[in-house]
Design a protein around this ligand. Structure first.
Ligand SMILES: C[S@@+](CC[C@H](N)C(=O)[O-])C[C@H]1O[C@@H](n2cnc3c(N)ncnc32)[C@H](O)[C@@H]1O
Length: 276
């Protein structure tokens, strides 16, 4: 069998463009041979890998979980089903932070709340290596993945396995910047979601503990009031449907100056709240 045989099978379920993307990722990350030609006869091992991958893709497994790799803001990160697949909107949040803070001083302290694969913290650490980067996360499996990503990339992030809603006071403060892409989907919204996301991605990463989609935003706001340095900044990824309410959590304290930014799809996706 050849790659072309698998291509035909994938094209029964996916567009030509997606098929190309999948095959390129499988060749590069699972067969470790980006230059394998479409007509080359495959070994038995290669055939088995492709067969398993095609079945996984056809049953809705995201390509990042099939290959175990994802590109995120100049980094290549390992992912599995214990961590959320980093999204392009989150790369935009990282980009915003880097563009707005080119002159963070040596030793400035940054906290990432709910780090998952470590994507935000690792990207910031790569581009702001003189800052102290701490990342917290409730899931032990996610922390393990994030730490492995950090070690493989020779980055230096301090990971803390804590429940931010219960034990944020254990973190070493104060902070210059707090960043988070927190869980914000209410469990009640499950029925309206893409079943593939619900089936494959970790529920701890998607859903708030109760039917209160603002719980993490409120907790981060309360925490930031006590634990940010003067003029410190909070950057948050937003639930695009509740950007006004989230902004109001911060602005209604009278202690923050807030700006909401649209993402590249023109959705209100990022909040910057600066302590006045
Ligand atoms: C939306 S995901 C974001 C993951 C990653 N930062 C990203 O942008 O891809 C939210 C993360 O928060 C973590 N989390 C959920 N509840 C938490 C809690 N109480 N304390 C700390 N982390 C929590 C989840 O395990 C998940 O990794």
């Amino acid at each position: 069998m050849t790659i072309n045989d698998f291509k035909t099978s994938l094209e029964e379920s996916f567009s030509k463009r997606d098929t190309e993307i999948f095959l390129r990722a499988i060749k590069e990350d699972l067969l470790n041979d980006a230059f394998l030609s479409s007509n080359d006869e495959l070994s038995e091992t290669q055939q088995r890998i492709l067969e398993d991958s095609v079945i996984a893709l056809k049953t809705g497994t995201p390509i990042a979980y099939v290959t175990g790799w994802v590109h995120f803001y100049t980094l290549k990160l390992q992912v599995d089903q214990t961590v959320l697949i980093p999204r392009s909107e989150t790369e935009e949040l990282v980009d915003l932070i880097l563009k707005e803070n080119p002159a963070l001083k040596e030793g400035s302290k940054i906290l990432d709340v709910g780090t998952g694969s470590g994507c935000i913290a690792l990207a910031l650490n790569k581009h702001l290596p003189h800052c102290r980067m701490v990342a917290c996360e409730k899931s032990e499996a996610a922390i393990d993945k994030a730490q492995k990503n950090s070690d493989r990339l020779n980055l230096k992030v301090e990971f803390e396995c804590i429940d931010f809603l219960a034990s944020a006071s254990e973190l070493d403060t104060p902070w210059d910047v707090i960043v988070s892409n927190p869980p914000y989907i209410e469990p009640i919204e499950k029925e309206r979601m893409d079943p593939h996301v619900i089936m494959h991605e970790p529920h701890l990463a998607l859903f708030t503990p109760e039917n209160n989609g603002l719980v993490f935003y409120q907790a981060i706001c309360d925490y930031a009031l006590e634990n940010l340095k003067p003029h410190g900044i909070v950057y948050l990824e937003l639930n695009e449907f509740r950007s006004k309410e989230i902004e109001s959590v911060f602005s209604s304290t009278g202690k923050f100056e807030t700006v909401v930014y649209d993402d590249l799809r023109a959705k209100p996706r990022m909040l910057k709240a600066t302590l006045i």
